[in-house]
Design a protein around this ligand. Structure first.
Ligand code: FAD
Ligand code: PYC
Length: 413
């Protein structure tokens, strides 16, 4: 290393900007403790500080910011859901996403691509028409298009799908987009910190103390803290957190896997999803193909990734794009998806006073990061569910008022 370069290592005036300042120790007491330093927990911390002036907040992250599903997802953002509750909720998220780079002064590389959900049968086309009608009714741009429109947007596609399941049409959603996932988490973390929120990485919440049905304290790996308000935003770890406070939910954990190929010249300018083939594909700004499938068939609390996944996925991808046959897969990984039976999230107040829940994000929660942060902050500040999330409350499972989002959650399940 040259001496000239080394010099900068010792000059304090040139020290690297710390995006996320590291607080030295936990305080005795916080107004709000957020468990989980993924996009959702950090976004909630930011909106609590910015919009409600609640800044005595600690975010506890057992690992590092974005280590969970936030840093593992394939970044698809869309609002072409099936239920009116879902469409309104995710559409508000898209609205917030569009201005997020400016708001957080962080380039999140938001890139609108258009999103095709392929239909290989008449029954899939029927669901596509249904979704398009619900979307249009709520002013969300979605339409059913024929195979020729798919070919026009993506000339490389084999419409006959290797002679196996010919493409009969698609649901086209022009606002479908991608963005850089870690930048979203870092942007929220940086701005929440600047407003006074403390982000404690490498700090695990081990227990939540409840007395007479009310939150009193959180025991952490770095000591105990007093608080009367806790938000659990831990995605794949939700069943463990709920156990601590004596609550139950129908959330089960399934691995969701994804992979990227080596970078190649830009050719895919849109997002292609096929529920029937259990696959989706987009091309990143770096030229990698970002690809994934449905959740694994068995419950598992583990982030392991498998050979079966890449092998089955490649099989299906090559039916659509045979010219990719010699492309190398560079990386594969998995995240633990917190799946609900109705493919909608679980958000808001709970029967434990002061304990709030942001969970059930399964395979679909990255796109909800801004809206979940904002509505959970409103809910905590007012101790009452925000209007946009009322139908997502945990009590829907006791009242048999499920949301029914399965047809639009992501790839087929
Ligand atoms: P996370 O980012 O998982 O954050 C939770 C955090 O809590 C973790 O960092 C964890 O370390 C921490 N934690 C857990 N327990 C404790 C504890 N006791 N104490 C302290 N910290 C704790 N969604 C989309 O919308 N579009 C997509 O294209 C998409 N693709 C996906 C692809 C894959 C492979 C995966 C796995 C998911 C995908 N998703 C997608 C879903 C999306 O990633 C998640 O729903 C979303 O990131 C959830 O964010 P979160 O902040 O709630 O959770
Ligand atoms: O929610 O659109 C989505 C999605 C695609 C892949 C995983 N989730």
């Amino acid at each position: 290393m040259s001496l000239r370069l080394l010099k900068y290592g010792f000059i304090e005036g040139h020290s690297e900007e710390k995006w996320i300042p590291r607080p030295t120790s936990l305080k005795k007491k916080y107004d709000v403790v957020i468990i989980g330093g993924g996009g959702h927990g950090l976004a909630c911390a930011y909106y609590l500080a910015k919009e409600h002036n609640i800044t005595n907040v600690a975010v506890l992250e057992k690992n590092y910011v974005g280590a969970g599903n936030t840093g593992r997802n394939t970044t698809i953002i869309r609002s072409n859901y099936l239920t009116p509750e879902g469409v309104s909720f995710y559409n508000e998220s898209l609205r917030l996403f569009k201005n997020l780079s400016e708001e957080l002064e962080t380039n999140i590389f938001y890139s609108e691509r258009g999103h095709f959900t392929l239909a290989h049968s008449e029954s899939t086309l029927r669901t596509a028409r249904w979704r398009a009608e619900v979307n249009k009714h709520l002013s969300v741009k979605s339409e059913v298009v024929g195979p020729e429109e798919v070919k026009k947007a993506c000339p490389e596609i084999d419409l006959s799908c290797g002679g196996n399941h010919a493409i009969e049409g698609a649901l086209f959603h022009a606002p479908g987009a991608v963005a850089r996932h870690d930048a979203v988490a870092w942007g929220y973390a940086k701005n929440a910190s600047a407003l006074g929120v403390e982000i404690h990485q490498n700090t695990e919440a081990l227990d939540v103390k409840i007395e007479s049905g009310e939150v009193k304290a959180v025991k952490t790996s770095n000591g105990e803290i007093e608080t009367n308000v806790v938000l659990s935003a831990v995605a794949g770890y939700t069943p463990r957190l709920l156990n601590l406070v004596g609550l139950r939910s129908p959330i089960d954990i399934y691995p969701l896997q994804a992979c990227v190929t080596e970078p190649i010249k830009p050719w895919l300018n849109t997002i292609i999803v096929s529920g029937s083939l259990h696959l989706y594909i987009s091309q990143s700004a770096r030229g990698e193909l970002v690809m994934g499938a449905s959740v694994d068939p068995m419950e598992l609390h583990n982030n392991r990734s498998t050979f079966e996944f890449v092998s089955d996925l490649s099989d299906q991808i090559l039916d659509l794009f045979p010219f990719l046959s010699s492309l190398k897969i560079n990386r594969q990984w998995a995240g633990m998806a917190d799946m609900t039976p109705d493919f909608a999230p679980v958000m808001g107040t709970t029967p434990v006073k002061g304990f709030f829940l942001d969970a059930g994000w399964g395979t679909w929660g990255f796109k909800a990061t801004p809206v979940s942060g904002k509505t959970m902050a409103n809910t905590i500040a007012r101790n009452s569910d925000d209007a946009l999330i009322k139908s997502f409350n945990l009590d829907r499972f006791e009242n048999f008022q499920l949301v029914g989002e399965k047809g639009a959650a992501a790839v087929g399940h």
